[in-house]
Write a protein that binds this ligand. Structure first.
Ligand code: PHE
Length: 443
């Protein structure tokens, strides 16, 4: 029964790989536009609040479930308690399929933008022209699909080789590089003339504008951004050796992820205001404003190209963690070979992504409650599936699996963890109740 599982060699390797899963398009593409749509500072505060309470606790729960059982999400629930809980793992595998299908479409945009920057197509500070360029690109029926295919092809190629070789090595070099580049861009964006309005929007909360959908979005995004609620962190925990201190690792990953998101806000929002663009412009925001920032930097074309390449890499490391949930399940539970599992799931995901991509152009007339297919997929995944998964994972960790995931042959959270009682109260009561209230009120 035991499958030879890959393992992360070191704690740093693990933290970087798990941070690689967490840090991705969620931080750099999605967070700034959500903040732009949802009142800036209010969204930032809600998001950080959820990240460091519910998010951190569910992160620890997932890592512990994974490390104790050394299994994929379905097998992990099954190993700890036979019965209906296994369905939570199954939901996670489904969410992996679902999320990656539209995630890869945006991943494709980053590849396209790397090329467009390199060829000088985006070298202007005229945000309206950049907005038209972006609109024209995503409306095209074919071009984004080619990049979506390319993005999935790269993802499949990496995961065919297994988890420890590619991921760990790539993350070690490329993630710090992305971090540096974001720092440079923050500096430029913050010093643009007219940036203050953006800084105020981002840091001065106007609580009179708060509404239920902001709260739902902030909670959903906390899950999405930390890769929680669908078993990605269970899968990564299962590759983890017993030397690593779990609470510390969870805190590291959570902090790194939210730091990058906050920085992405500083990189995009001041520029949005400086260039006179609309902060509520939606999913195009990062792709439209960043090229304008690059045009204000000497060597902007090179910086721009490098940035979009690194963003594509960050997206890839997240995509890998999404597909790894599906693949680990197919290998462990369905006994498929790794290459077969990768190719079958990757191709299905690619096909599933096509409607999302087309819904931004030729299929844009098809909407439900004002949302196109792309928005619907994102909404269902981030605001419903992941938080719902989070409820069950928290309940499972707090009630059902509790003593088992504290310790075990492979190590759980560790019995010396000082905050066990707080963590358990959050998992048993606070997180499930809070998420349920927000989910229900959001419907
Ligand atoms: N956290 C990733 C990001 O921010 C996306 C993701 C969601 C990855 C869920 C895995 C699971 O880009």
């Amino acid at each position: 029964m035991t499958v030879n599982r890959g393992h992360f060699g070191t704690r740093l390797g693990f933290v970087l790989a798990a941070a690689g899963s967490a840090i991705g398009l969620g931080n750099i593409w999605k967070f700034p536009y959500l903040a732009g749509e949802n009142g800036g500072a209010v969204f930032l505060i809600l998001y950080l609040g959820f990240v460091f309470t519910i998010g951190l606790s569910v992160m620890l729960a997932e890592l512990a479930i994974g490390r104790t059982t050394q299994r994929n999400p379905v097998g992990a629930f099954n190993a700890l308690k036979k019965g209906p809980w296994t369905a939570v793992g199954g939901m996670g595998v489904f969410a992996g399929f679902f999320i990656l299908s539209f995630y890869s479409v945006v991943g494709g945009w980053t590849l396209a933008y790397a090329i467009k920057s390199a060829t000088g197509l985006l070298a202007t500070q005229d945000v309206n022209a950049l907005g038209n360029a972006f609109g024209g690109f995503i409306k095209n029926p074919l071009e984004p699909l080619i990049y979506h295919a390319l993005f999935m092809a790269i993802t499949i190629t990496i995961v065919v080789r297994g988890v420890d070789i590619g991921i760990e090595r790539a993350c070690r070099i490329l993630m710090p590089l992305l971090f540096l580049l974001i720092l440079v861009l923050c500096a430029r964006s913050l010093t643009l003339p007219g940036a203050d309005a953006g800084i105020a929007f981002y840091l001065k909360p106007d609580f009179s504008k708060i509404n239920g959908s902001m709260v739902t979005s902030a909670l959903g995004h906390a899950f999405f951004s930390l890769s929680l609620g669908m078993g990605a962190m269970i899968t990564y925990g299962s590759y983890l050796s017993n030397k690593v201190n779990l609470p510390q690792a969870a805190l590291w990953v959570t902090s790194l992820d939210s730091i990058i998101a906050v920085m992405a806000g500083f990189m995009i929002l001041p520029a949005v205001f400086a260039f006179g663009y609309d902060p509520a412009a939606g999913p195009g925001l990062t792709f439209i404003t960043l090229p304008a920032v690059f045009s204000q930097i000497p060597g902007g074309m090179i910086f721009g190209t490098l940035f979009f390449i690194l963003l594509a890499v960050a997206a890839l490391t997240s995509a890998i963690s999404l597909i790894e949930v599906v693949i680990a399940y197919l290998i462990d539970e369905r006994k498929l070979s790794r290459p077969r599992a990768a190719i079958v799931s990757g191709t299905t995901i690619f096909l599933l992504g096509i409607p999302s991509s087309l819904s931004l152009g030729i299929w844009s007339d098809f909407t439900v409650a004002g949302k196109n297919i792309f928005d619907i997929m994102d909404y269902l995944a981030s605001n419903i599936m992941l938080p719902a998964g989070g409820i069950f994972i928290a309940l499972f960790a707090g009630w059902v699996a509790f003593p088992k995931i504290m310790d075990g042959p492979k190590g759980g959270i560790g019995n010396d963890f000082r905050w066990t009682w707080i963590w358990q109260i959050i998992c048993r009561y606070i997180a499930p109740a809070a998420i349920a209230v927000i989910l229900i009120s959001g419907l």
